[in-house]
Design a protein around this ligand. Structure first.
Ligand code: 3H9
Length: 702
C-alpha cells in the first residue's frame, strides 16, 4: 500500500482506505459505475482483512467515489474464466469480519453491488439511491448470495418480487422493506455511516450478519403457495426464459435449505446460466445498446435544443410531438388542417388524462405537458425552432415543397429533419440551401411509445446535426441508430426480404399460420401474416390495377382486407386472434400448384431458419454497403423496432449462434434471385468470423 496526501492509502488502482479515528473507510473508485471487477474485489477483500487485523480499527465503512455505489458485477468479465478473488471469496471475507461493516450506499446499488451491501452488517443510503437485482435482464440470477440474503432480510415475498421484476427500489421503499437501515441526505452519507459504525462498535454486540437471520424465512412467515403461484405466473408470462425459473428455485432454497447449501445451489445455477445462449444474447443486447450511442468516428458535440417544430399533425406527427413534449422540449406542431390539429390535441389530452389516472402525472403536470405543445396552421410559427421535423404525407413532391418553405422560415443554422421511411433523403435535402443541416429521423408508430429511431445520415449531413439528433433521441428515452440512405433504411429493407422469403415458402407448401406459429414460438409477438391482417392488406393494394397476380391481391379482390374486414389471411368471425381459413388454404394451394414448385411440409425450425436467413443476408449486405455501421446496430434495430425477442439477441447474434454456415445454406435454399448470398456472409463463413461483432476494420472473429 502507498500513502497519498489527502486521499488515504491506495490498496490498488481502484480502492483506497482512509482512517477516520478508529474507523477504516474503504472507498471504491472505479469509473464509470464502480463495477465489481477483479481489482475492485481484490482491493475490497484486502482492505477488509487489513482492517480486521489492525488493532486500532473498531469498525469499517465501505463507500464509493463518483456517481454511484457499485452497479453490479463487471459484465465484461462474464464468459471468461472466473478471476480470483471471486465474488464467493470476497463475500466470504466480509462474512468473516468480526468488526462491524457499514455500507454507505448512493446512486445505483445493483446486482453484485447490492449483494455486497447485503453482506455488510448495516446499510445507510443517501436520498435518491435506487437499489435492485437486475440480473434477470441479463439472463442471470443474483449470484453472490443475493437469493439467500434477500429473503432473510426482507422476506421471501418481497425478495421474489425484486428479483423476478428486476425493478429498482427507491431509498424510501428500501427503508420500509428493511433493505436499508437509514436514509440520509447525500451530503451527510459518509458522516452518518461513520457515526453508525462507531455506535455499533460501541454497543459491543456481535456483528449482525444477514446470513444468520431466520425470522423472515420461518415456515409460518412464508405463504404456503408462494412458489407454486410464482411458477404458474411464469409459465404464463415468460415460459421460455430459464433465469426466472432458476431464481424461484434459489429463493425457495433460501427457505428450505441451510444458508451454505442455498449459496452452493445459487452458485451452480448462476454459472450454468452464464453459459446459456439466452444470457449471452441479453448481455450482447445490453452492450449493443450502449455501443450504438457512439457511432464510430463521430466526436461532434450536440447543440442545445429548446424548441422543436413538427409539421404534420397526423398519427405520426402527433406521436412525435408527444414524445418531444414528454422529454421537456417546447413543441410547435403545424398543420394546414385545423381539424387535424384539434384531433391531435384531443388525443394528447386523453393520453395525459390516462397517465393522471395511473398516477404517472399530476393534474398540473398533465396540463403543463399539454400546454407545451403549441399548435398552429402557419409555418411562420416555426421561426424560432432549433430543429424542425417534417412528418407529412410520404410523397417526394409534397415533402420537397414543404422543406423549401421550412428553409425560408427557419434560422440559417436550424436543423431540418425528415421522418421519411421510404424516400431518398439526399434527394429531399437537395432543395435546402445548406443540405448539411438535413437529417432523417425515422420514428416508428406510435412514435410516443416505440423506442427505435433510425437516425439517417445523408451524404451531406453535418457531424453536429448527427450528434444533436442522437442527443434528442437520448433525451426522449429513445434508441437512435445511425443508418445510411437507401430504400427502407435498415429495418424495413430487411423486413421486405423476410416477407418475400415467407411468401416463397407458401409456394413450396407452408401455410400462413404455420409460418406465423413458427415465429411466435420463436418469440415474436406475431408473424408476418398476422401482421399483414392487423395493418390491413389493402394498404398497398390498388383496386384499379389489381390482376390476381399475387395471393395478397386475390385476398383483397375477395374483400379479405384483414382484421378490420373480419377476414384476411385468417378468419376473424369467432376470435380476434383469427382462425386458419380453408378458403385461404385453397388460394395458397392454387398459387403453389401453378408455380410449378415441389410441395412439401416444413417444420418450425426450418421455417425460422429460412426467414432468419433472409434477414441476416440482407443485414450482411447493409453492412457491406456501409448503410449499417456495425452488426450489433442491426440487432438493436430489430430488438427495439420489430419485436425481435431480446433473449435471442437480434438477427445477427442469432445467426452467429446458429452457425453462419447453416445460415448461408438456408440463404441458398431460399432460391430467390434478389436474395443471392451476401459477399460478407460468404467471407465470414470462410474466415470463421462473426456478424454480431462485425464492424469494418475491426476483427470480427471469436
Ligand atoms: C451481476 O451483478 C451478477 C452478480 O449477481 C453475481 C456475480 C457473481 N459492468 O448504462 P450507461 C458501463 S450482473 C461493466 O450508459 P446510465 C456501461 O457499459 C450485473 N460496465 O449509463 C457504460 O460504459 P460505456 C448487474 C458497466 O447512467 C457505462 O457503464 N448490474 C456495467 O444510463 C455507463 O452505463 C446491472 O445489470 C457493469 N455492470 O446507467 C447494471 N454497468 O460508457 C447494469 C454499466 O463504456 N447497468 N456499465 O459504454 C445499468 O443498469 C446502467 O448502466 C446504470 C447506469 C443504471 C448503472
Amino acid at each position: 500500500m502507498c500513502e497519498t496526501a489527502d486521499t488515504g492509502t491506495a490498496v490498488n488502482g481502484v480502492v483506497r482506505v482512509q482512517t477516520r479515528g478508529s474507523i477504516s473507510v474503504i472507498e471504491v473508485d472505479s469509473p464509470p459505475v464502480n463495477a465489481l471487477s477483479r481489482d475492485v474485489r481484490a482491493g475490497v477483500s484486502s482492505a477488509v482483512v487489513a482492517a480486521n487485523e489492525d488493532p486500532d480499527v473498531v469498525a469499517l465503512v465501505i463507500t464509493c467515489a463518483g456517481r454511484t455505489w457499485m452497479a453490479g458485477a463487471d459484465i465484461k468479465e462474464f464468459g471468461g474464466p472466473p478471476l480470483e478473488p471471486t465474488f464467493t471469496r470476497m463475500i466470504g471475507v466480509l462474512d468473516g469480519s468480526v468488526k462491524p461493516i457499514v455500507a454507505a450506499v448512493h446512486g445505483t446499488a445493483l446486482g453484485g453491488g447490492l449483494e455486497l451491501a447485503l453482506a455488510c452488517h448495516h446499510r445507510v443510503a443517501a436520498t435518491g439511491t435506487v437499489l435492485g437485482s437486475p440480473e434477470i435482464k441479463l439472463g442471470l440470477l443474483p449470484g453472490a448470495g443475493g437469493t439467500q440474503r434477500l429473503p432473510r432480510l426482507i422476506g421471501p415475498v418481497a425478495a421474489l418480487d425484486l428479483i423476478l421484476t428486476a425493478r429498482n427500489v427507491a431509498a424510501d421503499e428500501a427503508l420500509a422493506l428493511g433493505l436499508v437501515d437509514a436514509v440520509v441526505p447525500s451530503d451527510e452519507l459518509r458522516r452518518a455511516a461513520i457515526a453508525t459504525a462507531l455506535e455499533v462498535a460501541a454497543s459491543g454486540q456481535p456483528v449482525r450478519r444477514v446470513r444468520d437471520l431466520s425470522e423472515r424465512i420461518a415456515p409460518d412467515a412464508v405463504p404456503a403457495d408462494l412458489f407454486t403461484e410464482a411458477r404458474m405466473n411464469l409459465s404464463r408470462s415468460t415460459p421460455d426464459l430459464l433465469a426466472p425459473q432458476y431464481c424461484i428455485r434459489c429463493v425457495e432454497a433460501a427457505v428450505t435449505m441451510p444458508f451454505d447449501d442455498g449459496v452452493a445451489l445459487e452458485r451452480e445455477l448462476f454459472y450454468e446460466l452464464v453459459d446459456t445462449s439466452q444470457s449471452r444474447a441479453l448481455r450482447h443486447v445490453f452492450a449493443a445498446e450502449r455501443r450504438v450511442k457512439r457511432p464510430p468516428g463521430e466526436s461532434a458535440s450536440a447543440r442545445d435544443v429548446q424548441a422543436v417544430g413538427v409539421v404534420g399533425a397526423g398519427t405520426m406527427g402527433s406521436g412525435i410531438a408527444m414524445a418531444l413534449a414528454d422529454a421537456g422540449y417546447r413543441v410547435h406542431l403545424v398543420d394546414s388542417d385545423r381539424g387535424a390539429l384539434e384531433r391531435s390535441d384531443t388525443s394528447a389530452a386523453a393520453r395525459y388524462q390516462r397517465m393522471v389516472g395511473r398516477g404517472e402525472l399530476s393534474e398540473a403536470a398533465a396540463r403543463a405537458r399539454r400546454d407545451s405543445i403549441g399548435r398552429s396552421e402557419e409555418l411562420v410559427s416555426l421561426r424560432a425552432c432549433d430543429v424542425v421535423i417534417e412528418a407529412v404525407v410520404e410523397r417526394s413532391d409534397v415533402k420537397k415543397a414543404l422543406l423549401r418553405q421550412v428553409d425560408e422560415v427557419l434560422g440559417a443554422d436550424a436543423i431540418i429533419a425528415s421522418n421519411t421511411s421510404t424516400l431518398d433523403l439526399d434527394d429531399l435535402a437537395s432543395v435546402i440551401g445548406d443540405p448539411s443541416r438535413v437529417i432523417g429521423l425515422h420514428f416508428f408508430s406510435p412514435a410516443h411509445i416505440m423506442t427505435l429511431v433510425e437516425v439517417v445520415r445523408g451524404r451531406h449531413t453535418s457531424p453536429d446535426a448527427l450528434a444533436t439528433a442522437l442527443d434528442m433521441c437520448r433525451r426522449m428515452n429513445k434508441t437512435g441508430v445511425v443508418v445510411g440512405v437507401c430504400p427502407g433504411f435498415v429495418g424495413n429493407r430487411m423486413l421486405l426480404r423476410r416477407t418475400a422469403a415467407a411468401d416463397a415458402l407458401l409456394l413450396q407448401g407452408a401455410m400462413p399460420w404455420e409460418i406465423d406459429a413458427a415465429l411466435v414460438s420463436f418469440g415474436f409477438k406475431m408473424g408476418p401474416y398476422q401482421m399483414s391482417d392487423l395493418i390491413g392488406l389493402d394498404v398497398l393494394w390498388n383496386r384499379e390495377t389489381t390482376s390476381s397476380a399475387t395471393i395478397r391481391e386475390v385476398l383483397c379482390e375477395q374483400g379479405r382486407f384483414g382484421q378490420k374486414a373480419g377476414a384476411g389471411f385468417y378468419d376473424y368471425a369467432e376470435s380476434r386472434r383469427g382462425a386458419p381459413s380453408e378458403q385461404v388454404a385453397d388460394i395458397v394451394r392454387g398459387f403453389a400448384r401453378r408455380s410449378g414448385q415441389t410441395q412439401r411440409a416444413f417444420g418450425p425450425d426450418e421455417i425460422v431458419d429460412r426467414l432468419m436467413a433472409a434477414l441476416v443476408n440482407e443485414g450482411a449486405k447493409l453492412l457491406d454497403e456501409g448503410i449499417a455501421t456495425r452488426g450489433s446496430d442491426i440487432d438493436v434495430v430489430w430488438v427495439h423496432g420489430y419485436g425481435f425477442p431480446r433473449h435471442r439477441g437480434g438477427p445477427m447474434f442469432f445467426a452467429d449462434e446458429r452457425g453462419l454456415d447453416r445460415m448461408l445454406a438456408s440463404v441458398e435454399e431460399l432460391g430467390i434471385p434478389e436474395q443471392e448470398p451476401a459477399p460478407l456472409l460468404t467471407r465470414l463463413v470462410s474466415e470463421g468470423g462473426r456478424l454480431a461483432t462485425y464492424e469494418p476494420g475491426v476483427p470480427s472473429s471469436g
